[in-house]
Design a protein around this ligand. Structure first.
Ligand code: UDP
Ligand code: MG
Length: 321
């Protein structure tokens, strides 16, 4: 591994990003130039765009950029496979060609100006450098607070994540190789990365607003992502159901004692309200329990099928010749 002037691949997953891609590319290109002139990175460094099955002009833009410029490469997934899978596709393609990767969202809401600092940290011996948002003023109140709640919940449930770190991070080649060894289909990359065990560090920045296009993470996708994150890493929800179940058993025993005393004292006519209440409560908890277990069974199903994460349609600008 060369820590001196590493070959850097910046990996950018893009899903219907035609509006924001040209300006993002301009800024990334500028940054690459600057880092090259500072001898921070090797001349073979590239920008790698992963088109996650976009239905707009994204791939055309990527292939045009790549034809014009040797330092631009593209991977086109055959269909939309989701942000995390697109990122994995990019990392898997890049790892053969580079020493370090930086992943960043296409809208560049994360501050690209900390990338040189990330590279510095790598040179000092870190294998993973997390980009961490200092504040989220530019996000809507709703996004800010749901995100905060999410990180809090994850920590409570024992999932080891870095607060306010999304998928903006530098990874060395060996860290990427280690990550690629995680074969699970229910991907929550930022939960895995903290488990790799290599030396890590954080760099801090302020998150800006999306400049063009709209968020590709509407509420539904966000909720799914959160559920994936929790159930892929934690069995606590199942234990919680178990504990609630035990609590209900105790309540049921107390109820039984109450009903028996009432019976022997000859006051047992009115039993219907408590009975119907118990039936409903128990029914509800059985259903909740089943739902949670179903979530895990669903995950096992997905893992057992062992389907490929993505299917690559074309790549451009990645061959060495
Ligand atoms: N993205 C993707 N596939 C998807 C959804 C999103 O590759 O199915 C990419 C998207 O192009 C962007 C990144 O994931 O580069 C993050 O999306 P976005 O900025 O819309 O999310 P937000 O910042 O609103 O959470
Ligand atoms: Mg964004």
């Amino acid at each position: 591994m060369t820590r001196e002037t590493p070959v850097l691949y910046i990996i950018v997953p893009c899903f219907n990003e035609q509006d924001v891609l040209p300006s993002s590319h301009e800024r990334l290109k500028q940054l690459m130039k600057q880092m090259l002139s500072q001898k921070l990175i090797d001349i073979d460094s590239k920008l790698l765009y992963v088109d996650d099955g976009s239905r707009d002009d994204t791939w055309n833009i990527i292939s045009l950029l790549s034809q014009e410029d040797e330092s631009v490469a593209g991977v086109k997934l055959a269909c939309n496979s989701g942000h995390q899978n697109a990122l994995m596709a990019g990392l898997a393609q890049a790892v053969e060609h580079c020493d370090i990767t930086v992943s960043i969202d296409a809208d560049l809401q994360d501050d690209i100006n900390v990338i040189p600092t990330m590279v510095e940290r790598y040179k000092e011996g870190c294998d993973i450098v997390f980009g961490v948002r200092r504040e989220r003023k530019s996000d809507s109140w709703f996004k800010r607070n749901t995100a905060r709640l999410f990180y809090k919940l994850m920590n409570r449930l024992g999932v080891d994540t870095i607060n306010n770190h999304a998928d903006f991070r530098l990874m060395s080649r060996r860290a990427v190789l280690a990550l690629l060894d995680y074969k699970e289909r229910n991907l929550f990359i930022r939960g895995i990365v903290t488990k790799l065990g290599y030396k890590t560090d954080c760099v801090y920045y302020d998150r800006s607003a999306r400049t063009a296009g709209e968020s590709k993470y509407p509420l539904g996708k966000m909720v799914n992502f959160a559920i994936d994150g929790i159930t892929s890493f934690s069995v606590k929800p199942v234990r919680l159901v178990m504990q609630v179940g035990l609590l209900f058993l105790i309540i049921a025993l107390i109820m039984l004692a109450y009903v028996l005393t009432a019976y022997f004292m000859g006051r047992a006519v009115s039993g219907w309200p408590s009975l119907i209440l118990s039936v409903w409560l128990v029914g509800a908890f059985v259903l909740i329990g089943l739902g949670i277990i179903g979530e895990y069974v669903g995950k096992i199903y997905a893992e057992v099928k062992n389907r490929p994460r993505y299917n690559i349609d074309t790549t451009i600008g990645l061959d060495k010749e």
